[in-house]
Every structure is written in structure tokens, then in C-alpha cells.
Design a protein around this ligand. Sequence first.
Ligand code: TXA
Ligand code: MG
Length: 316
Amino acid sequence: MIHAPLLKISPNAQGFTKAAEILRAGGLVAFGTETVYGLGADACNDTAVAGIYKAKGRPSFNPLIVHLATVELAEKYCVFNDDARALAAAFWPGALTLVLPVRPDAGVSKLVTAGLDTLAVRVPDHAVAQEFLQAFGGPVAAPSANPSGRISPTTAEHVVAGLTGKIDAVIDGGPCSVGVESTIVSCVGEPALLRAGGIPAEAISACLGRPIAMPDDPDTPMSPGQLASHYAPKGQVRLNAEHVEEGEVLLGFGPVDADLNLSPSGDLTEAAARLFDCLHQLDAMGATRIAVSPIPNHGLGRAINDRLKRAAAPRD
Ligand code: TXA
Ligand code: MG
């Protein structure tokens, strides 16, 4: 997609059709929600999702929230238990994100889940977000629509100021009414608060009928950021490998003779899009020692290297 200039889309039928077309073509569309503006991509398109990280200049691959128009659609992608159903009934559409086991046949990019077997889902409560999601019909991966390290955007103007030249379009939804990100609750096992946000923890506990485990609890050491580092291949990883040693499988980058290649042409967007899938494939192959070709440390290469460094770190 061509990212300049940034197209400002009005929230009408024609605009939503256009925005959905851009997503289907693999483009990036920012859109208003009640919490903050999201930077949306087709959650099933690896390259489009890699484009989110590129546009934001994110130096690491955190898993992303998938946005859907209805609870029924969310149930197609995740497995809901009784707690999750109760929370969805009470707070959706709204500023709540649920982390749930992903269905094996969900078809969502591994770059969205960062290779985890859980998926974060949210049904937003905003007319623009709703109509956009309905026009697209599928899952939309969307982090906040700001360059990495900058403040989350709560108007279309913030998005224009931060991301012009980097994304295709923004749908103007006016100022966000909540203005802080959604509350994230994991319903994998006993519910746990992963991020404070637009819905108070007290309201979540009241709905569950018991106090929700809070991030500072010693019993719940998993913050979302830490969770992202839980997925690593089973094999030992050696980085910046210029040659392959006996017994190693090569995960290549660029024109090298490799068992698996992130991008034979040396394209960082393609490499990011394929990264988690390749790590899973290495497990499936039973690779015990993995050599990884050097990957340039700029653009998406920084996020790829960050992820690979964690995968190569000594383990217990
Ligand atoms: O209000 C919001 O939530 C906004 C709007 C656009 O919906 N989105 C947002 O996305 O704040 P983002 O990418 O800035 O934050 C997503 C958070 C990250 O902290 C990430 O680690 C966590 O969600 N997350 C996503 N998937 C997860 C998973 N499977 N397990 C644990 N945490 C997850
Ligand atoms: Mg954010």
C-alpha cells in the first residue's frame, strides 16, 4: 500500500466501505474507539500485521488486541468460560479486553498472538469502530495508533500528527470518550487483571462475585509484557550465525542456503510476518540447535532481533 498522504475518511457508509477495502488489500486504517484510536490491520494477514509494527516503530513484538463487532464473533476465535461470558455480558461493547485461549482453527496471524496460545479480544463501544468492524466482517488487530513511545491518540488529529506517511487512512470518530486504554483481564484459569484501564477493577470483581487478582499480587507475576516472552522455541538458539555447525538447523535471512528462511530476499517486513510461524515450525521439526542468520538491526529488524535475543537467552 502507498502510505502518503494520509487519507481522512468520513464516518459514513461510503467511508466505511472504503476503509474495509483498504484493510482487505492489506493496508493500515486508524479508527476511533471509545478508549483511544486504534491502528487496524486484517488480523489474519501476516504482512499487514507486520506493517503495524513497522508504522509504529515498535522495537518489540507485544501481542495485539483483536477487535470484533459482536460477542458471537469473538466466540469464533476464542474459547469462553463462565467468567468470560459474565464479563462480556456485563461490559461489552466497552472498554474491556479479555485474554482467552485461542481456537486452533482461528486463522489469526501468529504475529498477533506473538506465538502464544491465547488471544486478546475486545468488542468496542463506539459507532465508528462498530460500523468499520461490521463493514470489514473479520477480526481487526489494533494497538493504539501512536508511534512507539509516544502518547496514545484520542483524536484523529493526533493520529495525523503521529503517523502521516506511515499508514493509509484514519476514520475520524471525534474525540474518544474514555480516553485511556481498555482494562485487560485474563480468563485463562482464575481471572487476573493484566492492565488497569477504562473499566475499574472493582467493577470487574463485582461482576465476578469475588476479588480479581491484581498485577502486584505475588500469585500473578505475569504482566502482559512478560507474557510475550514466554514463547520461545524448544531448541537452543545461536544468533548472528555466519555458518552452520554440526547438528544445527539454520533459520536464514537473505540469500543463504537455509532449512527455513525468514525472507530469502532480505525483506524485514516479510521476515517479521514469518517470524513466529518459523519458530513454531522449528519446534515441529524437532530442532534442538538453531542457528539464525544475522538480521540488520534497523526498522523491523530491531523487533525481530529483540524477540530472537529473548529466545536465545539462557533458560532454567
Ligand atoms: O483500548 C485499547 O485496548 C486500545 C484500543 C485501540 O482498543 N488498544 C491497545 O492496544 O491499547 P495495545 O497494543 O497498545 O495494548 C495491548 C496490550 C499489550 O499490553 C499486550 O501485551 C496485551 O494487550 N496483550 C495482547 N494479547 C495478549 C495476550 N494474549 N496475553 C496477554 N496480554 C496480551
Ligand atoms: Mg499502546
